[in-house]
Design a protein around this ligand. Sequence first.
Ligand code: NDP
Length: 347
Amino acid sequence: SKVLVTGATGFIGIWVTRTLLEKGYSVRGTVRSERKGKYVLDYFKSYGEKFETVIVEDISKEGAFDEAVEDVDAIAHVASPFHFKADDPQDIIGPAVNGTLGVLKSALRNNPTLKRVVITSSCATVLETLPEPKVFSELDWNEQCLKQVEEKGKAASNGAKYQASKTLAERAAWEFYEKHKSEISWDVVVLNPPYVFGPVIHEVPSRGSLNQSSSDLLDALIAPSTSASAMSTETLTTDGSCWIDVRDLAEAHTKALETPDAGGERIITSAGAYIWQDLIDVAQGLSPPAVLPPQYKLAVGVPGGGKGAIPKIDYDTAKAARILGMKYRSREDTIRASIEKVLNRGW
Ligand code: NDP
């Protein structure tokens, strides 16, 4: 059967595409331009006609996906802006919400035999910044970011703007699904991953164009002497997040497409919590040592300095284990790949 993957040129999208192709699916990937499509067509050329591209220049344009959704059995909607650079919150909320609604509207209009839509949401729609540590679950929603963006507009933090884009997009998807449930042949599954790390296989012409999460990890792992954007010691030893390997997340997407019981569910997929320094310690402790190109050195930070810090945010992942049978790669595996399979680009 054939799956439409939106954002097939991105960090996660290309991995979802690759994993589906490896499992024998045909994939149609959306790309913004013919030029960007060339890279993925070349990357997947061994799959011949099983991989094709369709140009969707801007996901927020009305009817952008009308053609793309035709005749596919399922959709993985991965495309959405992920950066911390929006000035006006609408610059990021617009494409996130309209992109998601656009896929669903086109599916409703143009694909009467569709079976499932999997949407890549985020833990950004779940978490809040609270005074005490909390284990969040699928029942939690990030109201905080919405309030901040509403009250502060352009002055809201860049994190809050991104979180609001994902929260409003996911909410719009659930509202659309509830409204049209009785008239459609398909259902919706939402995946909520935290920070995604791991090997980078998409086109990245420069350090500056690296996707946000891979870039943030390098800010922690690369020594300040060889990095223009290294994290402060304070951040390294007190701050952190949760993570999943991009290969595990791609696997979660295929499981979400294949598992009947996943229909209508919101599912958090997280391998666990960390303090940034913990990841440096993992990188330093790799055996054999990670191989870096000569222009980079591994950060040292404050060895063991993350041990005393309690992660503020963690997730209950029982649902992903129960419904999708999710298992996660080790930190060592992910951190090695995040160094060796990211810094091998020559920049
Ligand atoms: P990337 O930036 O690598 O990928 C985003 C993809 O979406 C790219 O293919 C991009 O195309 C496309 N895209 C963005 N805006 C538009 C637009 N207006 N019109 C057409 N295409 C667009 O990021 P990721 O792979 O990391 O993110 C993919 C998804 O995963 C997003 O929904 C993100 O919110 C979600 N996510 C990511 C996490 C992470 O840590 N990486 C964590 C949780 C969720 P182009 O590159 O050509 O602009």
